[in-house]
Design a protein around this ligand. Structure first.
Ligand SMILES: *[C@@H]1O[C@H](CO)[C@@H](O)[C@H](O)[C@H]1NC(C)=O
Ligand SMILES: *[C@@H]1O[C@H](CO)[C@@H](O)[C@H](O)[C@H]1NC(C)=O
Ligand SMILES: *[C@@H]1O[C@H](CO)[C@@H](O)[C@H](O)[C@H]1NC(C)=O
Ligand SMILES: *[C@@H]1O[C@H](CO)[C@@H](O)[C@H](O)[C@H]1NC(C)=O
Ligand SMILES: *[C@@H]1O[C@H](CO)[C@@H](O)[C@H](O)[C@H]1NC(C)=O
Length: 325
């Protein structure tokens, strides 16, 4: 009797714990200013909980995430959470690829030495393009190719012969980025919370707001290897930040005094490289039409237009990309 009671109590407890883990994830965020120094200049930036980059949301597939945000900053804001949500398989299920030994967020972002509100206000006032950033960052650090950033380089210490799941997020404002790790292939397994057919590649191309999960196997000689990112941009008239951010993968089994190898990254204007990569991405369900709507009821045409001149300059004639006035 006694033991039976305990068993059912344990069962209830188990169901509660299970229910709690599976059903919802709760977060409380405080938006506030914090002081950071990058590229030898110091300023206050708006952060979540004082962190740069911000925190990561973690949940199991099917969960509901509740985020309670307290705005302690100076401005009225909206928050977009792009990509920094790690979704784990439901309990009892697994990834459609070998379980990685470790998981590492790789947040690609950018840094302006100026207050970003000044950049925004000037951009809105002139109607041109916003001033380009002074650096890109990997997990908040520009990396040692930038002036006075030797110590501001993200380092990932790895063990040999392990599989790392890189959760890569492009959190820059406007640029598509190329990203690669020297001597290591990446196997892309998911993008924007959908599994893909695994593709092995030397580099990835990732759009602003996009997230991409890639497996990295540490099967190289112990040593140091750069991971690096830079922009893909074809319109030379619209300026872009053409700098390169780096981080270092360091094997903890030695070779850490050697200078890191640099990866192959396609050049800024390599459209073939960008589109060969995007074109190779296929849904895990590719080839099956299950779940794909087949009846089109409404067609939507969308166009985008960007001026390369400041509105202060006289624009004589403007056509949209469809050739309309
Ligand atoms: C923020 O929004 C509130 C409510 O609309 C408004 O009263 C306040 O002036 C705004 N503050 C700023 C800094 O824009
Ligand atoms: C933007 O860039 C222009 C040209 O380099 C410079 O004069 C201006 O001060 C910059 N504005 C901001 C807000 O950084
Ligand atoms: C990793 O694998 C290689 C090749 O199989 C082997 O030579 C090496 O000793 C392994 N390293 C570790 C730390 O297990
Ligand atoms: C990057 O852009 C700057 C300013 O437009 C230019 O002077 C420089 O040559 C460019 N660097 C590279 C590597 O393209
Ligand atoms: C990319 O730019 C270089 C010079 O910066 C030029 O020589 C090359 O033709 C360009 N490639 C393409 C595909 O536009």
């Amino acid at each position: 009797m006694w033991s039976k009671k305990w068993i059912s109590a344990l069962q209830i407890l188990f169901v509660l714990v299970f229910f709690h883990c599976q059903a919802s994830a709760h977060y409380h965020w405080v938006v506030k200013e914090a002081t950071y120094t990058r590229l030898c200049s110091t300023k206050k930036i708006l952060t979540v909980d004082g962190k740069f980059p911000g925190p990561i949301l973690r949940a199991y597939k099917g969960d509901t995430i509740y985020v309670n945000v307290h705005n302690g900053g100076r401005y009225n804001i909206t928050i977009h959470v792009h990509g920094a949500i790690f979704v784990y398989p439901k309990s009892g299920t697994s990834y459609p690829f070998p379980k990685p030994h470790h998981e590492v967020p790789i947040i690609l972002a950018e840094w302006w030495k100026k207050d970003v509100m000044e950049v925004l206000e000037e951009f809105v006032r002139t109607g041109g393009a916003p001033n380009v950033s002074d650096a890109y960052t990997i997990n908040g650090q520009p990396g040692d190719l930038y002036p006075c950033s030797k110590s501001e380089t993200f380092k990932l210490s790895v063990s040999q012969n392990k599989t790392y799941l890189l959760r890569i997020v492009n959190a820059v404002m406007n640029e598509i980025l190329f990203f690669a790790v020297a001597n290591h292939k990446l196997t892309v397994v998911a993008t924007d919370a959908s599994y893909t057919k695994p593709i092995e590649t030397d580099y990835i191309t990732i759009s602003p707001g996009q997230s991409m999960d890639a497996l990295l196997v540490t099967n190289q000689q112990p040593g140091r290897y750069y991971m690096a990112a830079r922009a893909y941009s074809t319109n030379a008239q619209i300026g872009f930040d053409n700098t390169t951010t780096t981080a270092i993968v360091e094997y903890n089994t030695g070779g850490t005094t050697s200078s890191p190898l640099f990866p192959y990254l396609p050049s800024y204007n390599d459209t073939n490289a960008a589109f060969n990569f995007f074109g190779s991405l296929k849904s895990l369900a590719f080839g099956s039409t299950e779940g794909v709507p087949k009846k089109i009821t409404t067609r939507i045409v969308s166009t985008q237009f960007q001026s390369t001149h400041s509105l202060a300059q006289k624009i004589k004639h403007v056509k949209d990309p469809m050739g309309h006035d």
